[in-house]
Design a protein around this ligand. Structure first.
Ligand code: ATP
Ligand code: MG
Length: 474
């Protein structure tokens, strides 16, 4: 059902029949409103605002269709909406006080120009994720922890309007026929929308925010995600063209770390990035960004990550950076890494360096490669050099809990050894994870390679650190 159809349906056959100026709840008007009003009683102002906005929206859609006002800037659009609002308020015979009028205008502009009540959450730099579970429940991630916010949508209709605004900016639409969409906000934040009937608790909106200036290695050191010696090591690995895998759970910071690692790629190299939704922000000048495409509603035109990896290989890349390996592209990446495209970087969803290699094996099998396990493991052990294991700990902090190297095939198992680890020693009374980073004392297999590449890595980097807490206690 199109937006216009929905608006008309909500308004009933004759919009002028709406009793003007009254605060009558319209619970019977639409199933959507019934379900949302069942969970929270709307204030009279909210009910009135809802009716004004529905009528205003119908009017604005008509106007836009008639005037094709696609080139309007924000101010012109705000002026046009204000004018339309005044007309609607007059038509409906509402008598609003001056503060009520202002509140109505603010709310309308927030909805029609911005993202409604979540605008403030979007603007708050300390919030990294916004999870809208229907109109009444919005969770946010604040400093790594999930909390229920006090913000709510006025109604399911308002939430649907905001969703329509977001998806229409990327030329997509969302309705019963295509009830799932990935989109991006203007600031680059990643958005996923899924609506009923696929979601059983109303329209769901998940927004992953990214900091305006992408995090740099100095930020990760400051946050306690990585130490300076670990940073020196991974930087040398990237610059000397080792193949690296960033492994971690959902939201553990894999893409952020991949971005930081990619920033170490020398300026003179040609980088091709391949992602589902372009999230990487590289500063180098010579970067080509490829983005996969979902199938259309008719099921045609899908371009998978795997197709793009194959295409990237024909683009004379010095480096290939793949946002995440989660399907058949794993096989193509391994083959690329084994056939001269060294220095490639990617991420994978796994909870330990060992798991990441098992997962890679599963992905290769999923790609339909009819290879015996041993052959796949041989490919993996010669392709992947270093694994960076990322984790979001119980207290919400994100840490690189291991930097490991792949030693090769021993028997029929791929052998991995840790070079740096985070040793957790306990949890404080206020729930903070306690521990420290240390080298394991093992000199990496690639030490000579790093040295001969002129990366200035010394053996001292790999000296274990004592437990600071135990030292303090002496
Ligand atoms: N080291 C860090 N310290 C603090 N916050 C971080 C760190 N790394 C990433 N973040 C924040 O955590 C959120 C998730 O980061 P990111 O997208 O990199 O994770 P991911 O593992 O790639 O997630 P997904 O599994 O969804 O792909 C972002 O909001 C990001 O800004
Ligand atoms: Mg990611």
């Amino acid at each position: 059902m199109s937006l216009l159809d929905r608006v008309q349906k909500q308004q009933g056959p004759d919009p002028s029949a709406v009793p003007d100026g009254s605060y009558v709840p319209q619970a019977g008007n639409s199933p959507a409103r019934q379900s949302s009003s069942a969970t929270r009683t709307r204030t009279p102002f909210e009910l009135q605002a809802e009716r004004v906005k529905n009528r205003l929206q119908a009017r604005l859609i008509e106007q836009t269709a008639a005037e094709d006002s696609g080139d309007e800037d924000r101010e012109q659009r705000a002026a046009r909406i204000t004018e339309a609002l005044n007309a609607v308020v007059a038509e409906m015979g509402l008598s609003l006080t001056k503060p009520e009028k202002q509140r109505m205008l603010d709310s309308v502009l927030n909805d029609f120009l911005g993202l409604g009540p979540i605008e403030a959450l979007i603007g708050d730099p300390t919030i990294t994720e916004i999870m809208v579970n229907g109109p009444d429940q919005i969770f946010v991630e604040h400093k790594g922890k999930l909390t229920l916010s006090t913000v709510q949508f006025e109604s399911e209709d308002q939430l649907r309007r905001v969703i329509d605004r977001i998806v229409s900016t990327i030329g997509r639409r969302i309705d019963e026929g295509s009830p799932m969409v990935d989109a991006r906000l203007k600031d680059g934040s990643r958005v996923n929308v899924i609506i009923p009937p696929l979601s059983l608790n109303g329209p769901i909106l998940t927004i992953r925010k990214f900091s305006k200036d992408p995090y740099k290695i100095t930020d990760l050191i400051k946050f306690g995600t990585i130490t300076d010696p670990m940073a020196q090591f991974v930087k040398a690995c990237v610059r000397s063209r080792l193949n690296m895998l960033v492994s971690g759970g959902t939201g553990s910071g894999k893409t952020t770390t991949l971005n930081v690692l990619s920033s170490f790629i020398p300026e003179e190299e040609r980088v091709v990035t391949v992602e589902d939704a372009a999230e990487l922000q590289l500063n180098q000048e010579h970067v080509v960004t490829l983005e996969s495409r979902p199938a259309t509603v008719e099921g045609r035109g899908r371009i998978a990550i795997r197709d793009l990896v194959v295409n990237a290989l024909r683009m004379r890349p010095d480096r290939i950076v793949v946002g995440e390996c989660r399907g058949g592209e794993a096989l193509d990446m391994l083959q690329a890494m084994n056939t001269g495209h060294d220095g490639s970087l990617t991420t994978i969803h796994a909870n330990s360096p060992r798991d990441s290699l098992n997962r890679l094996e599963t992905l290769v099998l999923m790609a339909g490669a009819e290879l015996p396990s041993r052959a796949i493991r041989e490919q993996i052990s010669s392709a992947i050099n270093v694994i960076v294991q990322q984790s979001r700990l119980r207290d919400g902090t994100r840490k690189i809990i291991a930097v490991s190297e792949v030693l090769g095939l021993h028997g029929d198992q791929v052998k991995v050894q840790d070079i740096f680890v985070f040793k957790q020693t306990g949890v404080s009374e206020d729930g903070k994870v306690q521990g420290y980073f240390t080298a394991t004392g093992i000199i990496p297999k690639y030490f000579d390679h790093l040295q001969s590449s002129g990366e200035g890595v010394t053996k001292e980097l790999f000296t274990p650190s004592p437990d600071p807490a135990a030292q303090g206690g002496k």
